[in-house]
Structure formats: C-alpha cells, structure tokens
Design a protein around this ligand. Structure first.
Ligand SMILES: *Cc1c(COP(=O)(O)O)cnc(C)c1O
Length: 401
C-alpha cells in the first residue's frame, strides 16, 4: 500500500485538469479500450461534445436547465457549530439540495442535452444504488427521451424505492443477473447493450470512468460544482481560497468537478474513499470498462468486488484523472471506514440539521479525523462537497438509533 505523505512543498498549480492528452490520456491512465463499434461511437460522442462545449448556445441551454430544473446554484453553507467543535472553518457545498438529491443531475442533464443534439432518442445507463438511474430517468422525461437502466439484481432488491422512482419516471429497469449482480456487472451489461444500439442511443455514464471521452466530459459537466464554489469562497471566506478542498470519491465525479474549480490555486485537494472501495489509495494498474486506471485486484489481476456501506462508493476502481492527480501529488487520497462515516453522518445531522448521504459522510469523517490528529491545522479553512442527501440511506441509519 502506498502511503501518501502530507504536502511538504508548495502545491503545484495549473498543471492539471485541462483537456486530456491525445486519445484521452491522463498521464499513463485513461484511453479508449473498447470493441471496434464502441470506439466509433465514443469518437462520435467526443466530436459532438467538443462542438457543444465550444458552443455558447449549448452552454446557455444547459445553464438554464441547471437553474430552472435542478435548482442551481447550490448554496455554500458555513457549518458553524461543527466548525467550533473541530477548530477549523468548514464550509459545505450543498449538492444535496439539487433536484433528485445529488450531484448526479449535473452530469445527466449535460449528457441528455448532448444526446438530443446528436439526434439520439434513448439514454442507456448503469446504476448501483439507483441515484444515477433516477437522475437519468428524470433527464430523459424532461427532454422527451426514452431511458433504459441496467441494474444488478441484488441492487434491485436492496434499492426498491429508487427502482420504483425510475419506473414512475417512465424508465425501463433491466435486471442484470451475471457475476456479483451489482454495479460492475450492470456497467458491463450496459456497454454490451450499447454495442447493438449506437445508432439511436446514447450511453450516459454516471461517473468520471469508462472510455474516452467520458472521464473528461463528465468532469466538465460536474465542473459547475467547483466553479460555483470558487466564486462563493472568494466572496465569503476569510482566506478567499480554502486551504483544503475535500470530496468523497467513488468513481470520482463530484470530487473531479469540485477539484476542477481549484486546480490552479494553492488549495490542497483531498479525495476520500471508502476503505473497501479505495481504488486511488490502494488500487493497481488495470483495464476495466474501457479505461486504464487503478483497480482493486487479487494476486491474479482479477478485479475484486468493492465493499462499502455507501452504495455509491462501491466501485472497485477510480477514474483515470484521479489516478493521475495522485501520481502528480496534486491531490491526496485517504480512506475512511464504514463506522467513521456513520458517526460523521449522525454528527452532521445533530450539529447542523443536515442528514447527508452516506457517501458524503465519508468526506466529513476525514475532516473530523484530520481536525483531531492535526492533519488539518487548527484554523484551516475547509471546503467540503456534500454530494447528496441521506434520505436513500434511512434504512441503514435506522440500525444506529
Ligand atoms: C454516486 C454518488 C457518489 C459517488 O460518485 P462519484 O462519481 O465519486 O461522485 C457520491 N455521493 C453521492 C450522493 C452519490 O449519489
């Protein structure tokens, strides 16, 4: 296991989080490892995205959707009582307050709008806990598209409410019965299905993973988190730029979007993973779902199953740009246990009146630990992205009370 030391040198600025190099490379990670027909489909998505992202008309349409449908901009909330207790100044970027309750909607509205621009009539998506599936079903309904969501049979049993929400929104939910019947298998199945449907369907990936251009495109659609937070911090923080910027990491989309707003500043970037899903902190080089990155593997190089109390962190790898940021030393990746995350969720609920998603509670658990052991010096200003609200996790919280 690699132990990443705290920063001893000035934080390197401005070297990261622009466009990837040729063929979607972030350092030695990324790429487009897909069957021939998907390579062509990815090339079309890449071309369409580049055009759209350079088009003020597309940007304007997306900004308007994010404002009138998703509730952006989201507030920056000072966590006053918790800050007093911890001896740091903690600010929360409130993605939990978006429509559908997590940052996933930012990416999905972008991709759904891109799909209509490409003349596609259907969205294909994978989902684990169902958050990305619900966001995709929501965007599809809004823009008059069909939605087909692949979901592992085990997750369908565990996440009945989100399955119902997707069906209520008019999406087709396809049970995946292969392998461990969870997110990894649902993603494989969705990609397989896309092979036969590239002409009329867009594959809407839910995080900064998968073949090029997805890791880059999804980060750009999530950049709105970091860009808004940057301006809000400039207006409201004593230090202008926060000393630390913290976010939880599953595949890494809310963290990438947040980090993108601060990559050129002196802020120290911290990604917090689940102990049982620590692709960036503990993974090894491999290829999965069309992308070269860091994955949890056994001694034979087989990708192993992730285990986290937070379904959104239950992915055995991490997006290629995070692997690269880790190698550069621009971001640091740390891990938190299930129990620490549960404790942090209860603490936030009772100190600030906010019930966080279990995923987001991982980021807070690190802040609490680091404020205690001096990793976060007293008086530091900390921006933390609260990626989602905890309603979906009530059955887990119930066990605690
Ligand atoms: C899906 C999800 C995550 C993890 O996904 P990233 O791509 O790492 O952001 C984190 N928090 C919430 C609330 C989620 O729904």
């Amino acid at each position: 296991m690699q132990v990443v030391p705290p920063w001893r040198e000035p934080v390197p600025r401005d070297r990261t989080m622009g466009e990837p190099r040729a063929r979607g490379r972030f350092g030695e990670y990324g790429g487009r490892y897909a069957p021939e027909s998907l390579v062509e489909a990815c090339r079309q998505v890449d071309e369409a995205f580049r055009e759209a992202w350079a088009d003020p008309g597309f940007r304007g349409d997306l900004a308007r959707l994010l404002a009138v449908h998703a509730g952006r901009p989201t507030p920056l909330t000072p966590a006053r009582r918790l800050s007093d207790a911890l001896g740091v100044e903690l600010y929360l970027k409130r993605e939990d307050l978006t429509h559908t309750g997590s940052h996933k909607i930012n990416n999905v509205l972008g991709q759904a709008l891109l799909a209509t621009r490409m003349g596609r009539r259907r969205l294909i998506a994978e989902t684990g806990a169902g958050q990305h599936g619900v966001a995709t079903a929501t965007a599809a309904a809004l823009l008059g598209l069909e939605a087909t969501v692949f979901m592992g049979e085990r997750d369908i049993e565990r996440q009945a409410l989100n399955v119902f929400r997707m069906r209520m929104l008019g999406a087709e939910v396809v049970p995946v019965t292969t392998g461990s019947r969870t997110l990894k298998d649902a993603t494989s199945e969705a990609m397989r299905h896309w092979v036969g449907a590239t002409g009329d369907s867009h594959y809407c990936i839910g995080s900064v993973v998968g073949p090029d251009p997805y890791p880059w495109m999804v980060r750009e659609f999530q950049r709105v988190i970091g860009d808004e937070a940057r301006a809000q911090c400039a207006a409201e923080l004593r230090t202008g730029v926060p000393d630390h910027v913290v976010a939880c990491v599953g595949g890494g989309s809310n963290a990438a979007g947040t980090f993108a707003g601060f990559a050129d500043t002196s802020a120290r970037l911290v990604g917090v993973e689940a102990e049982g899903g620590a692709g960036a902190a503990r993974g090894r080089l491999g290829v999965l779902h069309g992308c070269r990155s860091l994955f949890l593997q056994d001694d034979d190089g087989q990708i192993t199953q992730a285990h986290s109390i937070a379904a959104g962190l239950d992915y055995p790898g991490v997006g290629p740009e995070h692997a690269h940021l880790r190698d550069l030393g621009r971001a640091r990746y740390v891990t938190v246990s299930d129990d620490e995350a549960l404790g942090a969720a209860v603490r936030l609920a009772r100190a600030e009146g906010i019930v966080p998603a279990l995923e987001s509670a991982h980021a807070l658990a690190w802040v609490i630990r680091a404020a205690g052991d001096g990793d976060l010096p007293a008086g530091s200003t900390v921006l933390m992205t609260l990626s989602g609200r905890g309603d979906k996790d009530v059955s887990t919280f119930k066990e605690l009370l």
